[in-house]
Design a protein. Structure first.
Ligand code: NAD
Ligand code: UDP
Length: 322
């Protein structure tokens, strides 16, 4: 069984990827410090508790666990915090990732699937956004993701590393079997906040900006189900391990929904309206971010099957009710 290191496999997207890997016949070996992850989310293979920055551990892990490929989710991901503490973000998201690439070279491992982000595009000139749209991040978080994409390109050319940089739009939803789901702390993402406000577990949702140049004045995003993201990772890994070319690909649906549309759909899922109040725009939020996902569909054969809003909200709600 091919053994795949999953850095950050105890987190939200990484745990869904571990499940998808196991289903596809791989053995996911999670490396996670649990700084933001959860031990109980690691259910489809072993957990090695440790930090990505621990080079000695990484070296041992890659050889002793007979790792053949890497999926890399481990990072910090709060945009606001990245503005206040850029050093923390560069150290974990960039320096530690470069260390991982070095360790892969030492161990002779050549395939890596990397979690990139729509944040690398900054404020887009147009929507939907194709991969060759200018990448001009507007915060340190996006810069760190772009820095790694650039490193992958140069390392690929020089050292024969094959890579896939998957630029997620808005990950949402939870495993349809209820085995894992989203549990960030603090939680800043719209879908869990809306559902928990609807369940009375949080204060009313603040609509960050109601005067955007969008049909209903609230910001538009491209929500993609986390299990669809996980499937794309397995497809990308198979491509790389079969000797396929490296690529950067958007993972989104191509359909944008406003904050109000998310509230409406969540209200339908819960059977009661979501308490909310208007609030000022959140700094750094573009009005609209929608993917052109055609490259991932063409090159990876990826097709999102659970990313319609009702399925996203139904699976997320089932998870949050547990
Ligand atoms: P998450 O915080 O749930 O998962 C990240 C995991 O990495 C956590 O389990 C954490 O403990 C671990 N980790 C972080 N630093 C580590 C280190 N130095 N050593 C060991 N483990 C470490 O986040 P997520 O939502 O699952 O995001 C996964 C990846 O996807 C991140 O790279 C993020 O930037 C990217 N991404 C997420 C979204 C989204 O909507 N959630 C969108 C675009 C990109
Ligand atoms: N949003 C909001 N209220 C919240 C959280 C988010 O209005 O409490 C909006 C946010 O401004 C953005 C969208 O919901 O337009 C999605 O935000 P999220 O933080 O989930 O993801 P992001 O797009 O920032 O990656």
């Amino acid at each position: 069984m091919t053994r795949v290191l999953v850095a950050g496999g105890a987190g939200y997207i990484g745990s869904h990827a571990c499940k998808a890997l196991a289903r596809a016949g791989f053995m996911p070996v999670t490396l996670d410090s649990l700084i933001n992850g959860h031990e109980q989310a690691v259910r489809w293979g072993p957990l090695v508790k440790g930090d990505l920055g621990d080079r000695a551990l990484l070296g041992r892990l890659l050889t002793e666990e007979k790792i053949e490929a890497v999926m890399h989710f481990a990072a910090y991901l709060y945009v606001g915090e990245s503005v206040e503490q850029p050093a923390k973000y560069y150290a974990n998201n960039v320096t530690n990732t470069l260390g991982l690439l070095d360790a892969m070279r030492d161990a002779g491992i050549s395939s890596i699937v990397f979690s990139s982000s729509a944040a690398t595009y900054g404020t887009p000139e147009r929507n939907p956004i194709p991969e060759d749209h200018p990448q001009l991040p507007i915060n340190p978080y996006g810069e760190t993701k772009l820095a790694v994409e650039r490193a992958l390109k140069w390392y690929g050319g020089a050292y024969g590393i094959r890579w896939a940089a998957l630029r997620y739009f808005n990950a949402a939803g939870a495993d349809p079997d209820g085995e894992t789901g989203e549990a960030h702390d603090p939680e800043t993402h719209l879908v869990p906040l809306v559902l928990e406000a609807g369940m009375g577990k949080r204060p009313p949702v603040k609509l960050f900006g109601t005067d955007y140049p969008t049909p209903d004045g609230t910001a538009v995003r491209d929500y993609v189900h986390v299990s669809d993201l996980a499937d794309a990772h397995v497809l990308a890994l198979k491509r790389l391990m079969a000797g396929g070319e490296s690529l950067a690909a958007n993972l989104g649906t191509g359909d944008g929904y406003s904050v109000r549309q998310i509230l409406d759909e969540a209200g339908r899922a819960l059977g009661s309206p979501i308490p909310h109040e208007n609030a000022p725009r959140r700094a750094g939020d573009p009005a609209e971010l929608v993917a052109d996902p055609s490259l991932a569909m063409r090159e990876l054969g990826w097709k999102p099957t659970r990313s319609d809003l009702p399925t996203i909200l139904k699976t997320a709600l089932a998870w949050h009710r547990r």
